[in-house]
Design a protein around this ligand. Structure first.
Ligand SMILES: [Zn+2]
Length: 326
């Protein structure tokens, strides 16, 4: 089968396209033929050598967001089932797993980082990581749910989003922003986006501010800053008294200063969120049966042209990059 390899030298110039053996499913696993994969910061950073901790094996097959078709019968799934992969490795026995936080498993990690991932034709995956894709769900949306959708969904839950709340979303046209906007709108929040792209209005934002143009006196009950350091100082000034700021990404840097007095005198909550649990993904899939989510696709790129996908990733795009595998 074809696969993409990276490591021990990193950077897109060191991607290798190799022929390798199909993996053999172990106990509890089934073989899945990958049909589509996403390209997220985690994949981009891994390929560029910025996520080498816990990464194995090396050389490594990247790719942490994918859907596919089951190729071998298992005990829960059968050949032909269309599935999405919950991309966290978890043991099911630690205190985190047993309190429905498999994504924080003490002995786990991200599938595609601590294991080989999706940029290949076939993967062997534990059945406990698979979810059936509902028949009516668009597959561009389906491939966006395990990271883009799930990260956004959990961050809104963690922020205690309630109907009537106002929310300000930085990076509203990004992989997560598109879903945060749609989900927040669906939950009855008033959604304000920060983006260069006016089309985010089609994804739940009632108002779109250009970066740097958010009025200085504008306040929201919830502010999502998935962009990190460069937007920290500005974004926290837009949190209303008693509001929350949520972070799940550091695209522009990971360290920022904080006015602690502003934090406590305004009773602002700072909330970290990462990925989501099995239960979160299950709920998100349930929502997708009654609510038509949209995932704008800027580019479709074949697996063997992954280098081009990484070039596209560095540009300001109109939607997601979908890697078409088979
Ligand atoms: Zn665990």
């Amino acid at each position: 089968m074809h696969a993409v390899n990276i490591g021990p030298e990193f950077g897109k110039e060191n991607l290798k396209f190799v022929d390798t053996e199909k993996p053999q499913p172990k106990h509890g696993e089934v073989l899945v033929r990958i049909t589509k994969a996403g390209l997220n910061p985690i994949d981009y950073n891994l390929i560029h050598g910025k996520i080498v901790y816990n990464m194995k094996p090396i050389p490594h097959i990247p790719g942490s967001e994918a859907i596919g078709a089951v190729e071998t019968d298992g005990s829960l799934f059968k050949k032909g089932d269309q599935v999405m992969i919950f991309n966290r490795i978890f043991d099911g026995t630690c205190d985190m797993c047993r309190s429905h936080r498999e994504h924080l498993c003490r002995h786990g990690g991200i599938w595609g980082v601590v294991t080989n991932g999706a940029y290949t034709q076939y993967v062997s995956v534990p059945e406990k990581n698979l979810f059936l894709i509902p028949e009516n769900l668009n597959h561009d949306v389906a491939v966006s749910l395990p990271i883009g959708g799930l990260t956004s969904y959990r961050s809104l839950i963690r922020a205690g989003a309630r109907p009537g709340d106002t929310i300000l979303i930085y990076g509203a046209s990004g992989n997560t922003g598109i879903f945060a906007s749609q989900l927040a709108s669906m939950m009855g929040l008033e959604v304000y986006g920060v983006s260069r792209k006016d089309w985010v209005k089609n994804y739940g934002c009632s108002t779109v501010f250009k970066p740097g143009d958010v009025p200085s006196d504008f306040k929201a009950d919830i502010v999502i800053n998935s962009l990190g350091a460069d937007f920290w100082k500005e974004s926290i000034t837009h949190v209303a008294v008693g509001g929350r700021i949520v972070s799940f990404g550091v695209l522009t840097g990971r360290e920022a200063a904080l006015d602690i007095a502003h934090l406590y005198t305004s009773e602002i909550g700072i909330i970290g969120s990462t990925g989501g649990s099995l239960e979160d993904l299950s709920r998100l899939l349930k929502l997708s049966e009654t609510h038509e989510f949209k995932a704008p696709v800027a580019t479709r790129i074949k697996l063997m042209q992954l280098g081009r996908a990484l070039d596209e990733y560095e540009k300001i795009r109109d939607g997601r990059i979908v890697i078409e595998v088979s």
